[in-house]
Design a protein around this ligand. Structure first.
Ligand code: GLC
Length: 723
């Protein structure tokens, strides 16, 4: 590979090298301008074109009409499926099933490559603790370990066994780095993040992506502590190249090079181009400052040609690895039909395992179709294919979708009468016009299944919310329905955690389905009627109130931590209470200090019992590992899946350490009465962290570990790392 790159580079003019560093946006079809630019070697990549004939023609011009015949690499946001849509990434993370996530990415790659796309701008692996931020929908959630596992699984799925296989899709770890810390959960806002937080929380998933062999990186829009990520040499060169040895190429985000001017970091397009190349950004997306300025910058000695060679070599290397020189054209004969039954099954499996059971009072779920007479289906999310696919659904096929209403209608055919009313025209509607019809059908039925949540447009890029309650008049409708005293089941589809404490009071049972994708309907029906048990677990904390944000499980301890008896709830404070009488610990007087639902939480239709934790040793050295054993029993009457989670705490460190850190998990299916012994292996190196000197260290000392079904896991053991 190196030789092929070197030989080709030696033949290239400066202009042709710069051409490889330019990515242009497709405009639907091949304009004369694009045709000329490709022929003149000014285009290294095209994004947002997915018509195969157009892509093959663009490639033909590159291969046959340009001087050196260097193929163009075609990029697209294939974030959670191409035409067959998987659940949004936050929902996929809720499956805690890396194999299934890998399978979904593989399916997406096959569909994307069959359309002529070579490169996806995924996985997005920006850890975030702020559900106000619309892009939490695209993320695997709040935890660096789970995000690392999910990101690596997606990369492996996208890129397949060999990047040169016809159905491999080059992946892109984005957005490097710290984007999930956007101030106040507002997209594109500046990021203030400590070196320790960056190193110990935000960066590990990106390191895991490099270890998984990701072909490309994308820089974030964000200003990171005063330096925009696209101009951040420390991140893109020191960390990514020198420390981690990344060999692929780095692309800017859309216009993020020219935005260095808007940030007030670069004074001109020429300076923005210089700063970005100097910071290690090999390819410029959309804006064209490289095309118009790099030659002059090189001739003026402000950028060395060696630097241009390095950027070009990084890009050519990926193109060779992708096999684009050997098979530049796409022929559908090599690919299965998009949206074929196998793809739909994968989408359904992923949707099914993404669903989290949050509440199930009186075990109203699962519903037994044989015992149902009249069932009301109510809500704006019950029958809307577009909305259930969620954000980043550029190519999703609405016609292939199966909605909950369709699936339930089919499931109850010949068994029960079904009545449907939207109640609200969409998730944001504040009109009560549709209430009467909804309440009327609910009154006629014994069972009411409600579908509420957020339209797809309310999450994703630039779609942030300061109030994360159910939008519109949904809570008001739910409150009125709840007064009818029926058996109620609520399914929420949303692109983020919502503040649903009050909402939960209006229903007996509550399922969280995120935006479940093409096969969301059948997946939800399977869970509601017990054809499959719910197995999802939360990849993100659910706050009681937006004012608690950021609230997450792996926080650092306080010197004055709150406990249940350490604070007085605001309504219980007597008049003229003495100043120190309400408790001097870390809480909010009006909501307390706990979330509504913790990270890792999810109920089942059965019950699981964890035995005591057993350890292979209670003392290990810094180069040794420990085996952790625990018996897990299904003590209920139904088969179910449990994701047993392993958390640790480093009790004392040279810097304070989180009160808990996820370091392993195992998802296992058990029949009633079945017991399995789970084994976790913990290497001392898994406990390493970056200290105040920014050095990665494993410090001797006392550690706690817990195993359980969520981040409040209580099966405890203690061990030491010794010198
Ligand atoms: C967008 C997003 C990025 C996406 C790119 C191409 O602005 O920030 O995630 O991959 O542009 O669409």
């Amino acid at each position: 590979m190196g030789e092929r790159v070197k030989k080709l580079l030696a033949k290239m003019t400066l202009a042709e090298k710069i051409g490889q560093m330019c990515q242009v946006a497709g405009t639907g079809g091949i304009s004369q301008g694009l045709r000329n630019a490709v022929r003149e070697g000014k285009v290294g990549s095209v994004l947002n074109e997915t018509d195969m004939a157009t892509l093959n023609e663009i490639q033909r011009v590159a291969m046959e009409e340009s001087r050196l015949g260097i193929p163009v690499i075609i990029g697209r946001d294939i974030i959670h499926g191409f035409q067959t849509m998987l659940p949004i990434p936050l929902g996929q993370a809720a499956t805690w099933n890396p194999d299934l996530i890998r399978k979904g990415a593989r399916m997406a790659a096959v569909e994307g490559r069959s359309a002529g796309v070579h490169w996806t701008f995924a996985p997005m692996i920006d850890v975030t603790r702020d559900p106000r931020w619309g892009r939490i929908a695209e993320s695997p959630g709040e935890d660096p370990y789970l995000t690392s596992v999910v990101g690596a699984a997606m990369i492996e799925g996208f890129q397949g066994k060999n990047l040169s296989d016809r159905d491999s899709l080059a992946a892109c770890a984005k957005h490097f780095a710290g984007y999930g810390y956007s101030e106040a959960g507002k997209d594109y806002a500046y990021v203030n993040i400590s070196e320790s937080e960056l190193r110990n929380i935000a960066l590990p998933p990106f390191k895991a992506a490099v270890d998984a062999g990701v072909a490309t990186f994308m820089t974030a829009f964000s200003d990171i502590n005063g330096v925009p990520a696209t101009g951040h040499a420390y991140l893109n060169r020191t960390v990514l190249r020198e420390e981690w040895g990344f060999k692929g190429f780095v692309v800017s985000d859309w216009d993020s090079v020219i935005q260095l001017i808007t940030h007030g970091y670069s004074e001109s397009e020429k300076e923005a181009a210089r700063a970005s190349v100097a910071a290690g950004v090999d390819m410029e997306m959309a804006s064209q400052t490289y095309l118009y300025n790099l030659a002059a910058l090189t001739e003026e000695g402000k950028i060395s040609e060696a630097m241009i060679d390095e950027c070009t070599a990084n890009i050519l290397r990926v193109k060779f690895e992708l096999g684009l020189f050997d098979h530049p054209y796409t022929d559908p004969v090599h690919f299965p039909e998009k949206g074929n039954p196998e793809h739909l099954d994968i989408a359904e499996d992923a949707a099914r395992e993404s669903i989290v059971l949050l509440k199930n009072d009186y075990n109203v779920l699962p519903l037994n179709p044989d015992n149902l007479q009249n069932v009301a289906i109510i809500g704006p999310m019950a029958d809307d294919a577009h909305e259930q696919m969620g954000t980043w659904t550029f190519d999703g096929k609405e016609a292939w979708c199966r909605t909950p209403l369709q699936a339930i209608r089919e499931r109850l055919k010949g068994k029960a009468n079904l009545h449907f009313a939207k109640g609200l025209s969409n998730s944001r509607s504040r009109s009560h016009e549709g209430f009467a019809e909804a309440l009327d059908i609910a009154a006629k039925c014994e069972t009411v299944i409600m579908f509420m949540g957020e339209e797809a447009i309310l999450s994703g890029e630039a779609h942030c919310r300061a109030d994360i309650n159910l939008p519109g008049a949904q809570n008001e409708l739910l409150a009125k329905i709840s007064k009818l005293g029926k058996t109620t089941v609520l399914v929420i589809m949303a692109g983020r955690p919502l503040t649903i404490e009050q909402t939960g009071h209006y229903t007996n049972a509550m399922l969280y389905a995120w935006h479940p994708g093409t096969m969301g309907g059948p997946a939800i029906a399977d869970i509601i009627f017990g054809d499959a048990p719910p197995s999802g677990k939360l990849p993100v904390t659910f706050p009681k109130h937006v004012g608690q944000i950021p609230i997450y499980y792996n926080q650092r301890m306080s010197g004055k931590p709150a406990t249940h008896d350490s604070f007085t709830y605001i309504d219980n404070i007597p008049q003229r209470a003495p100043q120190t009488s309400v408790g001097n610990t870390s809480f909010h007087m009006d909501v307390g200090f706990e979330p509504l639902y913790p990270f890792g939480y999810g109920l089942s239709y059965t019950r699981f019992h964890y035995g005591d934790v057993r350890l292979s040793a209670h003392e290990i050295k810094a180069d040794e590992s420990i085996e952790i054993y625990i018996d897990l029993t299904n003590t209920g009457e139904r088969r179910g899946a449990e994701t047993a989670q392993l958390y640790i705490r480093d009790r004392f460190g040279s810097i304070t350490r989180p009160v808990r850190e996820l370091k392993g998990f195992k998802k296992i299916w058990l029949d009633p009465g079945q017991t399995e012994t789970l084994t976790f292996t913990l290497h001392a190196d898994d406990l390493a962290f970056y200290n105040a000197e920014n050095k990665r260290v494993v410090e001797p000392g006392d550690f706690d570990l817990w195993v359980g079904g969520d981040s409040r896991a209580d099966r405890h053991a203690h061990f030491k790392i010794i010198e």
